[in-house]
Write a protein that binds this ligand. Structure first.
Ligand SMILES: Nc1ncnc2c1ncn2[C@@H]1O[C@H](COP(=O)(O)OP(=O)(O)OP(=O)(O)O)[C@@H](O)[C@H]1O
Ligand SMILES: [Mg+2]
Length: 231
């Protein structure tokens, strides 16, 4: 068995004013290429969990180890750099910058990571190739992203997450605005692109219907051993 690409051990996290843990994850490990679907209802802590995986938040105890690096042992700056170098993130709200063009948005991560920049060789060509593979019409490439449809913005966010071949791509509920046909096409593209670029996908959603397409499914309420908060 290879070393896992990502491993959580005895992770406990609560938000500052909470008196009990929101998440207690005794153990989770993910192998390279083993695309993982994490399902859980709204408010169950999916985005919070992803923020622990990306090092945006740090657990009160336990370890998050990615590619052999325990994130808690890195400084804040090192963690930011680690994220920029090794992860691609598709945010729940896409987080595209409205005053930049489509291609500029896709290239943003290369400005924060020499590693991604080196992997992308000719930046313009790589960005355009990715957008072509994602079926975005060429005449949109230099338009501001505000002129794209929601589905196109979603694919722009995918291109931005994949550029520079990060080892892990993390996607936070990226299909919620799509109808079921487009959702299937979107997932197909995401798998295809992740496989081409050698990235392992970690995808969270409340929508259990998406799970069947993934080789591995984890239910967050089952994974999470924190006592259920009574509200
Ligand atoms: N920045 C924050 N400060 C304090 N509490 C927070 C913060 N972000 C989230 N929470 C709380 O943590 C819990 C889990 O929220 P989270 O956003 O992780 O859920 P989710 O599963 O991603 O939900 P959704 O499916 O609606 O996106 C919620 O009770 C929420 O109120
Ligand atoms: Mg969320």
């Amino acid at each position: 068995m290879h070393n896992p690409i990502l491993q959580l051990k005895e992770v406990r996290f609560r938000w500052p004013k909470q008196s009990t843990d929101l998440l207690y994850i005794p153990h989770l490990s993910i192998q390279k290429g083993q695309h993982l679907f994490i399902q859980g209802p709204s408010g169950s802590g999916k985005t919070t969990l992803l923020n622990l995986l990306t090092g945006i938040n740090v657990p009160q105890s336990g370890s998050v180890t990615i590619l052999g690096n325990n994130l808690a042992q890195l400084s804040n700056m090192q963690r930011d750099q680690f994220r920029a170098d090794h992860l691609g993130v598709i945010f729940q709200q896409f987080n595209l910058l409205p005053y930049l063009s489509l291609v500029e948005n896709v290239l943003l991560p290369c400005g924060f990571s020499k590693r991604k920049k080196a992997n992308a060789s000719d930046l313009q060509v790589t960005a355009r190739d990715l957008l072509h593979q994602l079926n975005i019409p060429t005449d949109l490439f230099n338009k501001p992203v505000t002129q794209l449809s929601v589905g196109q913005q979603q694919r722009a966010a995918v291109a931005r997450a994949l550029i520079g071949n990060p080892e892990i791509v993390i996607a936070d509920e990226p299909t919620s605005a799509l109808d079921s046909n487009n959702r299937d096409r979107f997932l197909e593209l995401l798998f295809q692109e992740a496989d081409i670029h050698g990235s392992t996908l970690i995808f969270v959603s409340h929508d259990a219907q998406l799970a069947e397409r993934f080789p591995r499914l984890v239910s967050l309420p089952e994974l999470n051993q924190a006592p259920v908060l009574s509200t």
